[in-house]
Design a protein around this ligand. Structure first.
Ligand SMILES: *[C@@H]1O[C@H](CO)[C@@H](O)[C@H](O)[C@H]1NC(C)=O
Ligand SMILES: *[C@@H]1O[C@H](CO)[C@@H](O)[C@H](O)[C@H]1NC(C)=O
Ligand SMILES: *[C@@H]1O[C@H](CO)[C@@H](O)[C@H](O)[C@H]1NC(C)=O
Ligand SMILES: *[C@@H]1O[C@H](CO)[C@@H](O)[C@H](O)[C@H]1NC(C)=O
Ligand SMILES: *[C@@H]1O[C@H](CO)[C@@H](O)[C@H](O)[C@H]1NC(C)=O
Ligand SMILES: *[C@@H]1O[C@H](CO)[C@@H](O)[C@H](O)[C@H]1NC(C)=O
Length: 214
């Protein structure tokens, strides 16, 4: 039998795809999964649109990637961002070390399963001066890695869970000032957290009772 004539176009097509994907992976550092997480974060904002249009998401405003094209920093403070961010595709950016979305109008609850627990490399978290509400989650994200947490000037309420500071050995700066948190400040801040704490801000809340009662 004569070989089927349509074999050749198929293998040319295959080579063509290989050729193109090698160009794309060489030229664009950004991983497609990271791009799609960022796109869906951007689409969840009602305004203003971020100028996130080019192919390589590692070159987008506010984004820093590592050599593997994984997003490590998302820094968009004071950009007038409006929208609900939790639950969020940000949870899929599991290589984030720096997240700074302070001074925007982002709302939602931090107590969403998945968000804090998936960001287990986070070192810097600044969500201050937004419209976040609800209770704090059971523990800090990336417990023994995180260094700075600023959740001040939001609408957080409820008690700080007693387990919140467990294993926060590297924590140097923590602020929940200017919220409506209640109850007492858990002793785990003394027992379990970093010896090198430099800043603790619990001011302008509705705490009551003794300091460190348990
Ligand atoms: C985030 O990850 C989950 C689970 O892997 C997946 O189902 C979802 O589609 C991802 N979302 C985005 C925007 O990539
Ligand atoms: C959007 O970003 C691109 C670079 O990624 C820049 O060339 C362009 O001027 C920006 N547009 C606006 C409206 O800022
Ligand atoms: C977040 O960004 C703002 C504005 O640039 C800056 O003042 C603040 O220090 C940053 N937060 C952290 C924890 O670095
Ligand atoms: C957070 O949410 C979960 C379920 O969604 C709930 O059981 C828990 O009491 C809430 N508060 C804290 C501080 O975890
Ligand atoms: C804690 O911080 C120290 C020094 O800043 C660093 O060497 C260490 O790796 C950090 N621990 C974790 C678990 O990241
Ligand atoms: C406290 O937070 C409110 C919004 O919740 C804000 O308007 C006000 O400026 C903040 N106050 C301080 C001292 O940061």
């Amino acid at each position: 039998m004569v070989p089927q004539p349509d074999h050749q176009p198929i293998s040319y097509g295959f080579l063509f795809i290989l050729f193109f994907s090698s160009i794309i992976s060489a030229k664009y550092a950004c991983k497609l999964t990271e791009r799609s997480s960022l796109m869906s974060f951007s689409l969840s904002l009602s305004s203003p649109p971020l100028n996130w249009t080019s192919v390589d998401c590692c070159r987008w405003e506010g984004i820093t990637c590592d050599q593997d094209g994984l997003v490590t920093q998302l820094l968009l403070p004071s950009k007038g961002l409006k929208g609900g961010i939790f639950p969020s595709s940000l949870a899929n950016l599991t290589h984030l070390t720096h997240l700074n979305l302070s001074h925007n109008s982002l709302y939602g609850s931090l107590n969403q399963t998945g968000f804090f627990s998936s960001l287990n490399r986070l070192e810097i978290l600044d969500l201050s001066s937004n419209l976040l509400s609800g209770e704090l989650p059971a523990s800090l994200p990336s417990r023994n890695v995180i260094r700075m947490v600023d959740l001040s000037s939001n609408h957080l309420h409820g008690e700080i869970p007693s387990s919140f500071f467990q294993q926060a050995w590297n924590l140097t700066s923590f602020s929940v000032g200017n919220n409506t948190l209640t109850g007492s400040i858990p002793s785990s801040i003394c027992l379990h957290s970093s010896p090198s704490i430099r800043l603790l801000d619990f001011s302008f809340n509705k705490f009551s009772g003794k300091f460190f009662p348990d």
